[in-house]
Design a protein around this ligand. Sequence first.
Ligand code: UD1
Length: 363
Amino acid sequence: MKLLHVVGARPNFMKAAPVIRAGRAKPGLEQVLVHTGQHYDRAMSDTFFADLELPEADENLGVGSGSHAEQTARVMLGFEPVLDAHRPDWVVVYGDVNSTVACALVAVKKGIQVAHVEAGLRSRDRAMPEEVNRLLTDQMAHLLLTPSRDGDANLLAEGIPAHRVRFVGNVMVDTLLHLRARARERRMASALGVEGREYAFVTLHRPSNVDESQPLRELLGSLDDLAKRMPVLFAVHPRTRKRITEFGMDGLLERVQLLAPLGYLETISLLDTATLVLTDSGGLQEETTVLGVPCLTARPNTERPVTITEGTNRLVPSHRAAIGQAIESVLAARQAGGFRPGQPEGWDGRAAERIITALTDPM
Ligand code: UD1
């Protein structure tokens, strides 16, 4: 049997790595790795391949940046001949980026089975490009591998037959548990002069937060407020970097410690010892839940509700005063003895094994 894994953007890499590793342990299973090149900078791509022990991609489509239509179309055009050349039994797509939906569409039209890892998540906000990618990929894929039980419920409610849905748990957690010790060895807090101190770790990159000046100004204002009481370490995504410059907002960041986009191990190292995290990332909501670090997510909704009901996550509006209040309440709760979250079902480090079983055993 042959699996063809597709990765394209930063959040795909940590999901594919454990599945490819689990696949290697299966005798007779052939695997091909295709990188669409949606993310291409060293900091957004190569560093992750090294940190995550991903094999070099067999094919790189080199699509780069562009509008949604351009990027999606370029992935589809580049992927078709690659698929013809490799003729896999399964195309395995991950998460919700443009590369995910583009490759799923090419494969299903060619009659090749598609498996979607991280299926069934829903924010119910179609203004979010990832929500459209999730909905369409799940409608097309033959096998829907869900990270949490809400994923199963969402898919069944959309009329997807139960035999296509398989609950496997969260592969991001496989990666986190596999690499946590190595991440700690990076001692990023020490390298950045905050070891043993309270500090906040921040990432922001959603178009809805950074592409318009008003929400970005509110968010950066809240970082300035917070930086008056503890060091704020902000890893700046290229999209956000561009907008800050364009809107002339560097002045709001004078008290904030700006970092270039970090690798996986550096990120986990900093998350692990943070007092609190402010983000709009999907992955960080999950990682903070596993690490037991309070997380404020600057979004009106989340496709990962178990991080709220069973984890450390809380949604906050992208509004300076509201974020300030939420920070106060996180710090007060911490003072009062903290918060011991549970771990969602299937977030146990074995999700990739279950995925390989689902792909290789007849259903
Ligand atoms: C993409 C995903 C998003 C994910 C994010 C993680 C989609 C629709 N969005 O958003 O779900 O959370 O990745 O990072 O697929 N750029 C660089 N170097 C790179 C890549 C991008 O400088 O290696 C800059 C370019 O200016 C580009 C911009 O970032 O135009 C946005 O990149 P793009 O891949 O379109 O979307 P992201 O915002 O990264």
